[in-house]
Each structure stands twice: as structure tokens, then as C-alpha cells.
Design a binder for this molecule. Structure first.
Ligand code: DQA
Length: 152
């Protein structure tokens, strides 16, 4: 589907480079590469192309979002802890102005109070949380429908 309206940028934020070292009860023990491999496969099944990005630097995350309109048709974000306080990243997402979904591996509503707040509230089509890696599949399904992408 080259040239189609089917490219999804998947942006992981702070501490995702060491995902396999984080609490397996919360995050499942997967490495980022294993997670991205699953996401890539699910996306392909849904007729989507993926590009992946991860950084531990907030400014780099913003700069990548500045480029998202050139690189992709939609965005899937798991910004980690930045989700709960980075107004800079929220502003950058607003400028990117592509359909976006926020995903969290853990159930952010059932954890610390500060994790209940998301700076992306009102900027994303949906927030998927607490479903582990499968939450990414759900988000991709929603984006595929949004973009009118088809399997194969
Ligand atoms: C997270 C939830 C955040 O609260 C946390 O800071 C993370 C990961 C998740 O995927 O469950 O880094 O975004």
C-alpha cells in the first residue's frame, strides 16, 4: 500500500529503552524490541505501516512530533511518565494535528493518583490502558478504521 494513507508513527517515551528491566507485574517483562515487533506485525495485518521512535529526552520527543506530519498519517503514543506532566509534549502533539491514540501497558487509572491525569486528554481519539501489549493492537485497529486502511 505504498503511497496510501496508512503510516503510523509509534512514539515511546522515557524509560522504554529499558522496558525489560521494569516491573514485570506492571509492564510484562518484554523488551522494547519485542514490543515493537508485535506492534509491527499487528499493524501489517491491519494494512498499516509503522515507524518507531524512542527517546529519554523530552525535547527530542517534541522535535520528533514536529516531524510527524511529514513522516506519518497518524500517531500512537506511549510517553511514559511524561504523559502525566509534560505540557510541552501536549503542545507539540496539538501542532502535529494527526489522529492520535494514547496507550499505556499498565492500568494508569488503578495506580497512583498522579498517573490518572493525562496531558493528552482532549487531543487524542482514545486512551487505551491496562491491556498490556494487546492495548497497542486495539489502538492500531482504531487508527486503521480512522485512516480507512485495509488488511493486506
Ligand atoms: C506507562 C504508565 C506511566 O504512568 C509510567 O510512567 C510509564 C509507563 C505504561 O505504559 O503503563 O512509564 O505509560
Amino acid at each position: 500500500m505504498t503511497g496510501a494513507h496508512n503510516r503510523v508513527a509509534v512514539l515511546h517515551g522515557v524509560n522504554f529503552d529499558i522496558l525489560e528491566r521494569r516491573d514485570p507485574e506492571m509492564y510484562g517483562g518484554l523488551s522494547l524490541l519485542e514490543l515493537e515487533t508485535r506492534i509491527e506485525r499487528w499493524a501489517r495485518e491491519l494494512g498499516l505501516e509503522t515507524i518507531f521512535f524512542q527517546t529519554n529526552a523530552e525535547g527530542e520527543y517534541c522535535e520528533y512530533l514536529h516531524r510527524v506530519p511529514e513522516l506519518a498519517d497518524a500517531a500512537l503514543l506511549n510517553a511514559g511518565a511524561w504523559t502525566h506532566y509534560s505540557r510541552a509534549i501536549a503542545d507539540a502533539l496539538a501542532v502535529a494535528s494527526v489522529p492520535a491514540i494514547e496507550v499505556h501497558l499498565s492500568d494508569v487509572e488503578a495506580r497512583d493518583d498522579w498517573r490518572k491525569l493525562s496531558v493528552f486528554d482532549g487531543l487524542v481519539l482514545a486512551k487505551v490502558s491496562g491491556k498490556g501489549p494487546d492495548g497497542y493492537r486495539e489502538a492500531l485497529e482504531r487508527l486503521s478504521a480512522e485512516l480507512g486502511a485495509g488488511p493486506g
